[in-house]
Write a protein that binds this ligand. Structure first.
Ligand SMILES: [Zn+2]
Length: 149
């Protein structure tokens, strides 16, 4: 996998954004492909993609391929980051249908646009927070009296 040049360390970014970029860069995050390495029966399949197709959830999937509607909205918001690199990318289809080569991903992640870091941070929020939230919701549902009467 390509690594991001740690240029972000010299930029005036919030602590939250810095932390998310570090997590993405160090791969110390909870995307499914990481979790699966730790759990024998863990699945690598993205659980945020709509539809029947099964996709391995890794960094490139999150960046470019995942069709989760919130992720697609985020890419549309930051479309100026994508269009110079990916011809297929458009507002009507803010995701790629196939894997791209690592050099292109590296070039994308190395572009000189500070807003790339904001995109990466919000992307991490979507994937990581989404998972944390489902775990956090469970006790609440029980506490709110959803048990059968
Ligand atoms: Zn996905």
């Amino acid at each position: 996998m390509p690594t991001i040049v740690p240029r972000y360390l010299h930029l005036d970014l919030s602590k939250h954004v810095m932390r998310n970029i570090s997590r993405f860069r160090l791969r110390a995050h909870t995307l499914k492909v990481e979790a699966a390495a730790w759990h024998e029966d863990g699945s690598c399949v993205c659980d945020q993609c709509p539809g029947e197709d099964e996709h391995v959830q890794n960094e490139v999937h999150a960046l470019l391929i995942c069709q989760d509607h919130r992720v697609c909205e985020l890419r549309k918001h930051f479309s100026f980051l994508f269009s110079p690199f990916f011809e297929d990318f458009s507002a009507a289809q803010p995701f790629l249908l196939q894997q791209v080569n690592n050099q292109l991903v590296h070039d994308f992640l190395s572009q000189q646009n500070t807003r790339l870091f904001l995109f990466l941070s919000e992307l991490m929020d979507l994937f990581v927070a989404g998972r944390d939230q489902s775990a956090a919701d469970q006790p609440n549902n029980l506490a709110e009296g959803h048990s059968p009467l």
